[in-house]
Design a protein around this ligand. Structure first.
Ligand SMILES: Nc1ncnc2c1ncn2[C@@H]1O[C@H](COP(=O)(O)OP(=O)(O)OP(=O)(O)O)[C@@H](O)[C@H]1O
Ligand SMILES: [Mg+2]
Length: 374
């Protein structure tokens, strides 16, 4: 079968594998194992004890539990303790430092579900947070529990689960403030209903994890009243090169496997990639010289996605592992985006900083600098 027939056939094939299942599905075996062996006391409404939830996130190689978040384990302890109190947890930090990943892992470890998620943005409304109505049923029957459409906050309260609020500071202030009474009084009114259904009282296990990016609108743009109801934790970029390299290598390998690439880029190529990202992020080279930092976000998350792209380029264009030249081609779209200044800084970096280090991959990076557009 060829050409148009193959396309027609593909169009009727059911959707393929889910690109990124939620954490509780990706790591279902580990969650089950931890729950079975967990003898510690659990806070009311939690599926795991605090130590087991921590092992789920930071890993326990001896017990077959993978490390999912790279960072200070005491941050995880503080985050879990916050979630067991009556205050919400606010994860703040630079873009791409795994705030969303951490909030997903925490929700999966505490509640077994990470999908009660509100995505904050300029257009987020209270309906998307609390509840709305099925209008056909509303017109036919009036307001009732049948016509009520429960949004993540209402569901999390009623079911006693953790609700995630992504990028909360991108929401209008009055919308953010709809969290006030759920967080302080632990109750949500549904004034359209009567009797016991008019008040939804939060069950044990309910809490909120919010994330906020320090690059977009700052956390300053949050009312003092709401700030008081959260414990803040800052998530920092990974401090050392080797740890970041190991993470990028493992994550890129997993993404490439899913994309059908059997030969990932070599480690020395990834080392050049991660070093480049770190130097353009911090404005300091490995030998201590200062240089221009980019205004574009050069986070670990971006490094992982560029490593994925480098592997895809090499494999699908030439049938070989991605090289330093592929890296140059992929960097333009990530590092320079739409900023001519960033592109110029990147070009300067490839001209000046790739030469003094020696090593085959740095030489290849330097040699490929002409592949930058413009
Ligand atoms: N410390 C870390 N531990 C594990 N993975 C990390 C870490 N830092 C970055 N990553 C990588 O980055 C990805 C997570 O990025 P995520 O979207 O969670 O970041 P974010 O802080 O929410 O970013 P944004 O502010 O843009 O929303 C992970 O899937 C992983 O590949
Ligand atoms: Mg995020």
């Amino acid at each position: 079968m060829e050409g148009i027939e193959a396309v027609a056939e593909a169009a009727t094939v059911p959707a393929g594998a889910v690109q990124r299942p939620p954490a509780e599905v990706r790591h279902a075996d580990e969650l089950r194992l931890l729950a079975e062996t967990d003898a510690g006391p659990r806070p009311p409404g939690w599926v795991l004890s605090l130590p087991a939830a921590r092992r789920f996130i930071v890993g326990d190689p001896g017990a077959g539990i993978s490390r999912k978040f790279v960072g200070d384990p005491s941050l995880i302890d503080r985050a879990l303790v916050s979630l067991a109190t009556s205050r919400g947890l606010m994860l703040v930090g630079e873009p791409g430092t795994a705030k969303s990943l951490l909030s997903e892992l925490l929700a999966a470890a505490v509640s077994g579900v990470s999908t009660l998620t509100i995505q904050g943005g300029a257009a987020t409304t209270e309906d998307q947070i609390k509840y709305s109505w099925n209008y056909a049923l509303l017109v036919a029957e009036g307001p009732s529990t049948r016509s009520l459409v429960r949004a993540p906050l209402l569901r999390g309260m009623a079911e006693g689960r953790v609700v995630r609020f992504e990028e909360i500071t991108r929401c209008p202030l009055e919308v953010q403030d709809s969290l006030l009474s759920p967080l302080s009084d632990r109750v949500l009114a549904v004034p359209e209903l009567t009797g016991p259904d008019a008040m939804v009282f939060a069950r044990d296990g309910f809490n909120v994890i919010a994330t906020a990016n320090t690059r977009d609108r700052g956390v300053n743009e949050m009312s003092a009243a709401l700030k008081r109801r959260f414990n803040f934790e800052t998530v920092f970029p990974i401090p050392d090169l080797q740890t970041e390299l190991a993470l990028v290598e493992a994550e890129a390998a997993a993404l490439l496997r899913r994309s059908g690439v059997t030969a990932p880029p070599r480690r020395d190529v990834l080392e050049v990639l991660v070093t480049t990202f770190r130097e353009l992020r911090t404005g300091r080279t490995a030998r201590g010289d200062s240089m221009d930092r980019l205004t574009a976000v050069m986070s670990t998350a971006e490094a992982v996605s560029v490593a994925h792209a480098v592997g895809l380029r090499g494999w699908f264009l030439r049938g070989e592992p991605g090289t330093a030249a592929d890296l140059v081609a992929c960097l333009a779209g990530t590092a320079a985006k739409d900023s001519p200044e960033d592109l110029a800084k990147l070009r300067r970096y490839l001209e000046q900083q790739a030469t003094w280090r020696g090593g085959e991959q740095w030489r290849a990076l330097h040699a490929a600098r002409h592949q930058l557009p413009g």
